[in-house]
Design a protein around this ligand. Structure first.
Ligand SMILES: [Zn+2]
Length: 323
């Protein structure tokens, strides 16, 4: 696989090479018609597209159909480095910078980044278990302008204190970190005790150890777990008691917030979940080499649109629009 960005650009120097790679990733080298499922196919347009070999269908399709790369005029020779770049930058990359790097407009880069983030979303993963740290934080739309002129350290200090930062309101984020496993991050408009507890129940196997801080959100109603907490708000704050601490999820917040104020400066509430998915994905694949992470993420581009939606696309869209 690719070892660095230069290697990637050389290996995927033209559209056909990118297509061949995706055909391998998506179909094991043997295209499958997305409309009728037939595995009979003809190569057309110099191997860049395919024609279904089922004579009741005969539709033409490309390997990007139904994927995050579909129906954009952006060539794969730009998509591939974009995926590699966002995944290999620990704090992410701004659309302005990516635009410059790829020679596309900031608007195009912004669109690409959000599509890539969309593909990094957690999908149907099993419940977390063992020891799970739970914590919540606040990311508001006002954040960037509020902290103009502050040093990184000052911002970090303010952010660690929700009251000081006036972070009540939109952009509440719930984080779960399984020790030795994944982090999961979910955006809520607001978090109250009921939301917090339901979130834990939806994501953590009963019987697991659940560690929290002393927040009143978790004090009662989690009897199916063995819950323990550390009290950060004492005069002499208690950060850890034996193995009871929430340092794993807090170090994730640290990285997320460094990305927030160092790179993005602004995350609208509307798109906040996608940024969470970006940071969680990078964190959960941190043991992979950049090239392996790139390859793994390309395996997630498929199936963006299930067969049904693809075929009855307009109908689905209509019913969604009415809902
Ligand atoms: Zn077909």
């Amino acid at each position: 696989m690719v070892t660095n960005l230069k290697d990637l650009i050389e290996k995927f120097s033209d559209e056909k090479k990118c297509i061949d790679f995706l055909v391998q990733q998506r179909w094991g080298g043997n295209p499958q018609c997305p409309y009728c499922g037939s595995d009979k196919w003809y190569s057309i347009e110099g191997g860049k597209r395919f024609k279904c070999g089922n004579n009741a269908c005969y539709k033409k399709y490309s390997v990007t159909v139904g994927s995050i790369f579909h129906a954009s005029n952006i060539p794969l020779t730009k998509w591939f480095p974009a995926v590699y770049i966002i995944l290999s930058h620990k704090k992410g990359i701004s659309s302005i910078q990516l635009g410059k790097d790829l020679g596309v407009t900031q608007k195009t880069a912004w669109f690409m980044l959000h599509r890539i983030r969309e593909s990094l979303k957690e999908k149907g993963s099993p419940l977390l278990g063992g020891t799970v740290e739970v914590d919540e934080t606040y990311m508001t739309r006002k954040l960037a302008s509020d902290y103009k002129g502050y040093t990184d350290e000052q911002v970090e200090e303010i952010m660690s204190n929700p009251n000081k930062a006036k972070q009540k309101g939109k952009g509440a984020v719930m984080g779960l970190a399984q020790r030795g496993g994944d982090v999961r991050v979910t955006v809520y408009n607001e978090i109250d005790g009921k939301t917090a507890k339901q979130h834990i129940k939806d994501n953590v196997t009963p019987g697991s150890k659940v560690y929290t801080d002393s927040s009143s959100l978790y004090r009662t109603g989690l009897e199916e777990y063995s819950r323990e907490s550390v009290n950060h708000s004492l005069v002499k704050p208690e950060w850890a008691r034996g193995d009871v601490h929430v340092n794993t999820i807090e170090s994730f917040w640290g990285m997320f917030k460094r990305g927030y104020y160092g790179i993005y400066h602004y995350m609208s509430f509307k798109h906040l979940q996608r940024y969470c998915d970006e940071f969680a994905y990078r964190r959960n694949t941190r043991q992979l080499k950049d090239g392996d992470r790139f390859q793994l993420s390309l395996s997630r581009i498929e199936g963006k649109l299930p067969y049904k939606i693809l075929v009855h696309g307009n109908k689905e869209k209509d019913s969604q629009a009415k809902a």
